[in-house]
Design a protein around this ligand. Structure first.
Ligand SMILES: NC(=O)c1ccc[n+]([C@@H]2O[C@H](COP(=O)([O-])OP(=O)(O)OC[C@H]3O[C@@H](n4cnc5c(N)ncnc54)[C@H](OP(=O)(O)O)[C@@H]3O)[C@@H](O)[C@H]2O)c1
Length: 255
């Protein structure tokens, strides 16, 4: 029976084609691996987070990040008191001093009484330089004192926080809603609850937005730090348990 032999040209072409296909798949594989690695670097799926102030809001949001797969160190001036909290959250949760949590965190979540901010900034400012700091504090006159509350009214809370935390990549976030609402509504079916954010550093804002999503909410960028005034205590963006679309409407932001 005659064996079909393709003409030389087509045999060479086929070899070339197979070679080219192999090289293409190798390149594709390499490209995919590279972009996966780049994605890994970009994605905040495993960002170490230091939560300073593991009280109501700190422990609530920190827990949501642990559940999303982030390693979190909860800080207290008495870290031994956080034993039950971190044990209940599993191996991604740690307890430490404030200094340890700052060293641990690529991102710091600041959830302390606002009146403590000036002293906190003086003590830990050098360690915080260059860090992304998500600041959830609110100035409450009865708790934090009239002086700092008036300063916030006058200058806007984003500007005041940055003044006390110079050199940090500050983003205002998670200050507008009660911790019980955050615990209850995180990761609810769409539309998810909106969390307004504001910051001057685009990379820090991007990270904050990703961490808001990871906690189970939709970020709404209100603007630069000066615009954080629009969702500080007593302002229209404060206390709004609404979707991103509704919050944008309330604050006349583009959809
Ligand atoms: N509660 C809410 O629903 C909510 C919502 C949005 C925003 N906020 C704001 O978030 C901040 C925290 O509120 P919170 O209700 O979570 O308060 P909290 O339950 O009293 O917790 C505050 C934590 O801050 C730590 N702390 C206090 N003074 C400190 C200092 N000088 N230096 C370092 N850490 C200090 C305390 O930890 P140790 O004593 O263990 O060190 C405490 O666990 C406030 O500014 C508040 O306005 C609260």
């Amino acid at each position: 029976m005659p064996v079909f032999r393709p003409p030389l040209f087509s045999r060479v072409s086929r070899r070339r084609l197979l070679g080219a296909a192999g090289a293409f798949s190798l390149a594709l594989g390499w490209g995919l691996a590279q972009s996966a690695r780049a994605e890994e670097r970009r994605s905040p799926t495993k960002v170490p987070i230091g939560v300073i102030g593991a009280g109501r809001i700190g422990s609530t949001v920190g827990k949501l990040w642990v559940e999303a797969g982030h390693p979190v160190m909860f800080a207290s001036r008495h870290p031994e008191q956080l034993k039950d909290l971190v044990e209940s959250l599993g191996p991604l949760a740690h307890a430490g001093s404030v200094a340890e949590a700052i060293a641990f965190g690529e991102v710091i979540f600041l959830a302390i009484p606002y009146g403590a901010l000036p002293e906190f900034g003086r003590t830990y400012g050098p360690a915080l330089k260059g860090k992304i700091v998500l600041d959830a504090g609110n100035a409450v006159p009865q708790r934090d004192g009239a002086a700092i509350a008036e300063e916030v009214e006058r200058e806007g809370i984003g500007i005041v926080s940055q003044k006390y935390l110079p050199g940090t990549r500050l983003v205002r976030a998670f200050n507008t809603l009660n911790y019980r609402i955050l615990a209850r509504e995180a990761n609810r079916p769409p539309p998810r609850l909106a969390i307004p954010i504001a910051g001057d550093d685009p990379g820090a804002v991007e990270m904050a937005a990703a961490l808001v999503r990871d906690a189970g909410f939709d970020p709404v960028l209100v603007g630069k730090l000066a615009a954080a005034r629009r969702f500080q205590r007593g302002q229209p963006g404060y206390g709004q348990a609404v979707s991103a679309e509704e919050l944008k409407q309330k604050l006349s932001l583009s959809p």
